[in-house]
Design a protein around this ligand. Structure first.
Ligand code: PBG
Length: 334
């Protein structure tokens, strides 16, 4: 029999469903859509400021007025959720800017709420951008003091809620932080405000560009006594279970690209919505390779975001949110 003859016994031909774009889209399993994206935004004091972040091409530190414009632009792309990070003017050992009523995040949330936007405002709850030592909690005797930090995280969360945040997102990786925050929210009349817990947050090298953006690098030591060891997945499930017990409404795995197995394990273990944070270094790596012409930016970015979705994430926090929404709308999603 000649090799060019059709093989009658070959009945299964997966290629049949790949013959044209519309057919491939029809049978696509994991899809991306703008409503699942959360755009992380950095806010700094001032007016009319759009300060590019060199380590995060395309991202900027925005003054509150510019951030409002940015949010309206995102809404035009179908993105209705943002995660706010403050870059304050001053820092101190207690990170008091994090829970100040006139703090940069609090002011920005109030400004966003002034309009009638259909917008989910999420706020990062941590001290690292506000402490002069750059750690996520209070430092006592050279150690990050878990229990001394809880009250301040709770205060920060309550002040964000009082300003109008919908969801607070504790990222300090202190034990008991979700319970402390839930309690404080309920006690101050914010039982409707949700908690998105950075539940499985690893001590990752991929936060480098973020720390440059937020000026939040630890001034001594590192975060390995509170963030998780990248080698562990069972421990991630334990962290997630603890946060759910303590009242989390959404649980997060972070980073995302290098932790697809953790997202999958979380998806199989829990019914709550799962968020995945495609972090600064993961984004910056793709941007850098694209700038060098080594990968095609659109295809590479959408492939990674699709993989995070395929692994089981419901909510995708990514610096590529706006670009991805634009590409999807243009139908260039591959
Ligand atoms: C604050 C916080 C960090 C990130 C989110 N919240 C930095 C860190 O833990 O050092 C990282 C986000 C990113 O890299 O995109 N603790």
């Amino acid at each position: 029999m000649s090799e060019t003859m059709p093989r009658a016994d070959l009945r299964e031909r997966p290629r049949r469903l790949r013959t044209r774009d519309a057919l491939r889209r029809l049978v696509r399993e994991a899809r991306l859509y703008p409503e699942m994206f959360v755009a992380p935004l950095f806010v700094r004091p001032g007016r009319g400021v759009r300060e590019p972040i060199s380590s995060l091409p395309g991202q900027m530190r925005l003054s509150p007025d510019e951030l409002v414009r940015e949010v309206d632009g995102l809404a035009d792309l179908g993105i209705r959720a943002v995660l706010l990070f403050g870059v304050p003017e001053a820092k101190d050992p207690e990170g008091s800017g994090a829970y100040a009523d006139d703090g940069i995040v609090q002011e920005t949330v109030r400004l966003l709420r002034r309009g009638s936007r259909e917008l989910v405002i999420m706020t990062d709850v941590c001290l690292c951008a506000y402490t002069d030592h750059g750690h996520c909690g209070i430092v006592t005797g050279g150690q990050v003091d878990n229990d001394a930090t809880l009250g301040l995280l709770a205060r920060t969360a309550a002040s964000h809620a009082a300003s109008g945040a919908d969801v607070v997102a504790p990222s300090a990786m202190m034990d008991g932080q979700v319970a402390a925050i839930r309690e404080a929210l309920d006690a101050s009349g914010f039982s409707q405000v949700g908690v998105m817990a950075y539940a499985a947050k690893y001590a990752s090298a991929f936060y480098g560009p973020f720390r440059e953006a937020a000026g939040s690098s630890p001034q001594f030591g590192d975060r390995r006594t509170y963030q998780m060891d990248p080698a562990n997945v069972r421990e991630a499930l334990r962290e997630i279970a603890l946060d759910i017990e303590q009242g989390a409404d959404i649980v997060m795995v972070k980073p995302a690209h290098a932790y697809l197995d953790v997202i999958r394990a979380a998806r199989e273990a829990v019914d709550l919505p799962i968020a995945a944070y495609h972090v600064s270094g993961e984004y910056a790596m793709l941007k850098a390779a694209a700038q060098l012409g080594w990968v095609e930016e659109r295809r590479a970015m959408l492939e990674v975001l699709t993989a995070i979705r395929r692994a089981g994430a419901d909510i995708l926090i990514t610096y590529a949110a706006a670009d991805a929404a634009r590409w999807l709308a243009e139908g260039t999603g591959g």
